[in-house]
Design a protein around this ligand. Structure first.
Ligand code: 5GP
Ligand code: ZN
Length: 134
């Protein structure tokens, strides 16, 4: 994808603050961090979202995320850690090259990463499960 900024960053054509690189991916600091150390796992190959990402590469990406979470927690001394992955505009995706957000969390960092909980009836939950399982 010649016009994809994350392709260019992942492949080193645009400089980035890299905190991990291997044959499969590059992990970079996010320029608009939710908290100190917020980073992105970028596969070097272009896949728009998780639906396009082959299973073996999905596994690789999440293994990198898991290793980075440990290293970043140790080095940054954060108190918690969010791993976030957005697919589609409706879900908040703004760059359409698959990436995993690694977000160290600190007590009183003032961030909110979450949702407003709903209160579905038992029937609604049963129906949703039926649709997914059907
Ligand atoms: P999304 O909203 O697609 O899940 O996340 C895109 C993320 O990429 C945002 O957190 C945004 O701050 C970050 N971002 C966008 N452009 C750049 C860039 O050129 N360099 C870096 N390091 N991060 C970027
Ligand atoms: Zn790309």
């Amino acid at each position: 994808m010649s016009d994809c900024i994350f392709c260019k960053i992942a492949n080193g054509e645009i400089p980035s603050r890299t905190i991990h690189e291997d044959d499969f991916c590059r992990v970079i600091l996010d320029l608009g961090p939710a908290a100190r150390g917020h980073a992105l796992v970028l596969p070097k190959e272009h896949y728009a979202n998780i639906y396009e990402l082959p299973e073996d590469k999905t596994a690789q990406a999440f293994v990198v995320a898991r290793k980075m979470a440990s290293r970043m927690t140790e080095k940054l001394g954060c108190d918690g850690f969010n791993i976030v992955q957005n697919n589609g505009e409706t879900a908040g995706q703004t760059v359409f090259h698959f990436h995993i957000h690694l977000i160290p969390r600190y007590k009183d960092d003032g961030q909110k990463i979450g949702w407003n909980p709903g209160s579905p009836s038992d029937e609604e939950l049963d129906e949703t499960a039926r649709i997914i399982n059907g």
